[in-house]
Design a protein around this ligand. Structure first.
Ligand code: SAH
Ligand code: SF4
Length: 418
């Protein structure tokens, strides 16, 4: 079949965020930038208790794992062994770890779990895109999407259940934030995908899952500690060992945290720019009122990986008659002048009640040509997995906001029931 011209020229990079089919559209929360603290949108909810009371071992940092092992009276070496079995071999039970004495395996099994989240839904698109709706121990849900391409495959990972930032074109932004995901829940999205794809051990080559994009539900830089902890585990050379070059973090522009992310993680950076004037960006990405375009671009200029080999990606959702004129395209290339960059044009994916329409294909193509002529790669993100609602930018789970007091009560009850 003959593909439209742009699809042939520009390579689709990734797609993620999708609505759960049976969710209801809810009114967005009123956004007030003044209410936002510097790093977190909300304090972390208490870590969800496992139904059987055992502690998750996935998501502990190396230091934390070592402390647990030493507290059990075991040697330092045991911590390295556990790390290897969990993250290199992908063990799901302690029983598999045969070099460990049976008694120790039984003891560990009584105290800890290596359980993955429950895959409440597991859908595969005709184009190979695969989406999991994951249910965590406390019942909250978030989605991960695997997007296979010819020579690579990216897992789109969620960082929060819902999002406090109410970008006007985003379905996730209409869901009340329930809570930040823990490091365990972030890492276990990856573990589950690897399980499903049969890609353990970590040294296996060639592999389908090669990249991670932090582009699922939530704003990763509003859950920075857990995201950073999870990515450090994933990048650790004795475990999963995924290079920072294979990881892209997308942010709507939390400027102070961009700096910290660059210093501590140095993963690839993607910026959800979407508008070339503060006037428009204030409306469609309301976080702009707090961190306007000039500050955001300065943070990009200062980002340590901003070299030609590791360009910053600017994401730009194509909204008909809103931000898609050729004058916008020209202003865009002017704005990012001097920043090693590529511009990822994302056709807007509609959702029930969405206030925008997607630009026409001709307009997207004309826009892309202006960007291309200015010397920037301008891949158009071909929507993937639309038949399973896995196209970019529409994730929404049916989790409702649960008050902290209710969560604590639930935890106490589940602890008492074991
Ligand atoms: N919160 C982060 C990452 C998750 S969103 C961020 O905003 O960057 C991943 C990408 O999907 C972002 O660029 C976001 O702006 C885009 N997006 C959101 N809703 C969309 C929609 N309906 N259609 C197309 N892209 C969308
Ligand atoms: Fe949140 Fe990103 Fe959606 Fe904005 S685009 S509401 S930051 S998930």
């Amino acid at each position: 079949m003959e593909l439209p011209r742009l699809q042939k020229i520009h390579y689709s990079r990734s797609a993620c965020n999708s609505p759960v089919i049976n969710t209801l559209y809810k009114t967005p929360m009123e956004f007030s930038p003044a209410l936002l603290p510097e790093t977190h949108a909300l304090p972390d909810a208490p870590a969800p208790a496992k139904a059987d009371g055992r502690k998750p071992m996935i998501g502990l940092s190396r230091e934390e794992l070592l402390a647990e092992v030493l507290a059990l009276g075991e040697s330092k070496f045991r911590a390295s062994q556990l790390w290897h079995w969990i993250y290199h071999r992908g063990a799901k039970t302690f029983d598999e770890m045969t070099p460990l004495a049976k008694k120790l395996r039984e003891r560990l099994d009584g105290m800890y779990t290596l359980a993955r989240p429950l895959a409440d839904k597991d859908l595969t698109s005709f184009d190979g895109t695969r989406k999991w709706l994951l249910q965590f121990a406390d019942g909250n849900k978030a989605e991960s999407v695997f997007i296979p391409e010819e020579d690579r495959g990216a897992l789109c990972v969620s960082s929060q259940v819902g999002c406090t930032l109410t970008c006007k074109f985003c379905h996730t932004g209409t869901q009340k934030l329930v809570r930040n995901l823990t490091a365990e829940e972030i890492v276990s999205q990856f573990m589950l995908a690897r399980d499903a794809l049969g890609e353990w051990p970590s040294s296996k080559e060639p592999r389908l899952l090669t990249n991670i994009v932090m582009m699922g539900m939530g704003e990763p830089l509003y859950n920075y500690e857990n995201v950073a902890k999870a990515l450090k585990i994933i990048m650790d050379g004795e475990g999963i060992s995924l290079s920072r070059r294979k990881i892209t973090l997308s942010t709507s522009g939390v400027v102070p945290m961009i700096r910290q992310c660059g210093e501590e993680l140095a993963v690839n950076l993607a910026i959800s720019l979407h508008a070339v004037t503060d006037e428009l960006r204030d409306v469609i990405v309301p976080l702009n009122k707090k961190y306007p375009i000039a500050e955001l671009l300065q943070a990009c200029r200062d980002y340590p990986t901003a070299s030609n080999s590791r360009r910053i990606t600017f994401e730009y959702v194509m909204l008909k008659g809103v931000n898609d004129s050729l004058a916008d395209a020209r202003a865009l290339v002017k704005l990012i002048k001097g920043i090693p960059a590529k511009i990822n044009l994302i056709p807007f994916n509609a959702w029930p009640g969405a206030p925008y329409e997607c630009s026409s294909w001709e307009q997207i193509e004309a826009f892309a040509q202006v960007v291309l002529a200015a010397g920037y790669a301008s891949p158009v993100r071909t929507p993937r997995g639309r038949d399973i609602y896995a196209a970019c930018g529409q994730l929404k789970s049916d989790s409702e906001k649960v008050r902290k007091s209710v969560l604590l009560k639930q935890q106490k009850e589940s602890a008492a029931s074991v």
